[in-house]
Design a protein around this ligand. Structure first.
Ligand code: 0RQ
Length: 497
């Protein structure tokens, strides 16, 4: 290769990284996440630990990653602290057992927080690229995350140059880094299609410590086929939005959509795509999943702005086979732009995210089980929800085969407050909380969203307190959670009078 920087083996790259250093990894979800250098760092960590020496890093990513990054490093006990969103089972366990310190952040806040210096200096940026030039121009792959900021600020950059991605991905990215306070100006995006930045990262080539050659697919899993529950949730969301157009609360041309990750999100997008009264729409979102690509192909989705292409391996192959078709229909942005509160508010997004639990009054817990154990993190849900034109939360009405109601008297962890959450959707129906008092919200939640097994119980909860603006009874507020923790089933709850 004709670069002024060395070609390294993964082990040579890992040898440069020292105990207690801070590393920023490019990519967003498994899309564009590094695959071989973190594995080699994990092996180095294990060897250091075996020799009785400490080796733990501070790890900053865009969002979740693949198993060769978070999974391997967590398994090697190589992560001292980590931010933001993660979804790896081994890392989750390490966080919940207190072996890794985890600091959750809104994804739009990661790059500004790194720039502010809160995390100290960044020693290495480790970034997957599809192309790099001798002048220090780096073309990213399927995920951007915070790569542009990490590359600019890090002392040294290691590049995983991945031949799995076509060299002509150049043009899909739009990289823009806003100024910080007090010099911050408007970010000039007025439509999801606007381009405001560069198609590559430009760094001082002297900072590039080396390039590691790879040829590996992203470690994105596929998706489950929609089941009756997720299909019904999708149809309920689509029916609600079609009615919003009919009533004139959403313009006939529709508004750009954001949709979270996972099987429900995939089913919701599928249902919107096939609903006859939803017109062709644009996405302004952070993660582009398989279902959106289907709609881009059919024309129902006219354009998608995202931070990553989180596609199953087969879908990505088909995307690359038709690259020219997608060139004018897809743009990939850094997360502080894809998730920018300013742009979400300006464009008037319809946002659809998934809750772990919702309370009768509209507060949402997206992150912690029984108030204690971290699931994944807040991700972009707060960026979008708080600033949405219409914010929607979806979840199945029960979890763990019915032993848990996802609608509870009081959430055990609060991520999105009743002031930001407008609409809740389960397989049973839609609770439109807008313009309703807490008493009215509780009523519509029970009637429209709660599983029939829990309706009487939750009515009983409200009956125990008919005083106050919010019908909470503090000694009963976590009664359903306690019934689950003590007897394995929320249906066993007995309200104290
Ligand atoms: O656990 O598999 O062990 O049974 O939680 O739940 O229903 O499979 O749903 O995979 O879509 O995840 C909120 C976690 C949902 C996700 C969450 C258990 C349930 C199962 C997963 P098992 P499902 P999903 C996009 C924007 C974060 C914020 C966000 C998430 C497991 O969507 O991380 O939206 N959101 N960010 O059994 C106990 C409950 C439960 C429960 C579900 N009430 N109590 N367990 N489970 N509800 C992401 C980015 O920004 C990148």
């Amino acid at each position: 290769m004709n670069y002024p920087f060395p070609t390294l083996s993964p082990e040579e790259a890992a040898a440069m990284v020292q105990d207690k250093q801070t590393v920023g990894f490019g990519g967003f979800t498994a899309a564009g996440a590094c695959k071989v250098v973190p594995l080699a760092i994990a092996a180095k960590a294990k060897a250091e630990h075996a020799a009785g020496r400490p080796f733990k890093l501070g790890v900053i990513t865009g969002a979740s990653t693949g198993k060769s990054l978070d999974g391997a490093l967590a398994e090697a006990e190589a992560i001292a602290w980590r931010t933001p969103y993660q979804s790896d089972p081994t890392l989750r366990k390490s966080i919940n057992e207190g072996r890794t310190q985890f600091f959750d952040l809104h994804l739009s806040a990661v790059q500004p927080t790194v720039r502010s210096g809160v995390f100290g200096k960044m020693d290495f940026a480790i970034i997957e690229a599809s192309h790099v030039t001798a002048q220090g121009e780096i073309v990213l792959t399927t995920g951007v995350g915070g790569a542009n900021t990490f590359a600019r600020l890090a002392d040294k950059i290691i590049i995983e140059l991945n031949a799995h991605h076509p060299g002509d991905l150049m043009g899909f990215h739009d990289l823009y880094e806003p100024a910080d306070p007090p010099l911050r100006r408007a970010i000039p995006i007025y439509s999801p299609t606007d381009r405001i930045g560069t198609t590559f990262i430009k760094v001082n080539p002297k900072k590039i410590a080396g390039v590691v050659m790879t040829n590996l697919a992203d470690e994105s899993g596929g998706f489950d086929a929609p089941d009756p529950i997720t299909t019904q949730i999708g149809q309920n969301v689509a029916g609600f939005l079609a009615n919003e157009i009919k009533t004139g609360r959403i313009p006939p041309s529709f508004l750009p959509l954001q949709s979270g990750v996972g099987n429900i999100a995939n089913a919701v997008i599928g249902a919107l795509g096939s609903h006859p009264d939803i017109p062709p729409f644009m996405m302004y979102t952070e993660v582009l999943q398989d279902s959106v690509v289907d709609l881009l192909e059919s024309g129902k989705c006219a354009f998608a702005s995202s931070c990553s292409l989180t596609l199953s391996p087969d879908r990505l192959k088909a995307f690359y086979a038709n690259l020219e078709y997608y060139r004018s229909r897809v743009v990939l942005r850094p997360q502080e732009i894809s998730n920018s509160p300013e742009i979400v508010r300006r464009l008037g997004l319809i946002t659809i995210n998934t809750a772990i639990e919702v309370d009768l009054f509209g507060n949402v817990n997206s992150t912690h089980v029984m108030g204690r154990d971290l699931m994944n993190g807040i991700g972009g849900s707060g960026d979008f929800t708080r600033n949405a034109h219409v914010s929607i939360y979806t979840c199945p009405s029960v979890a763990k085969k019915g032993a848990i109601s996802t609608i509870v008297p009081f959430v055990t962890h609060l991520d999105h407050s009743e002031h930001s959450v407008q609409v809740v959707v389960t397989e049973h129906g839609v609770a439109d909380l807008r313009g309703k008092s807490p008493h009215e919200r509780a009523e519509v939640m029970i009637n429209n969203c709660v599983h029939p097994d829990y309706r009487e119980s939750l009515r009983g909860y409200l009956a125990a307190s008919n005083r106050g603006h919010v019908q909470q009874t503090l000694h009963n507020a976590f009664g359903m959670h306690l019934a689950f923790l003590e007897g394995g089933d929320m249906r066993n709850v007995k309200w104290k009078v």
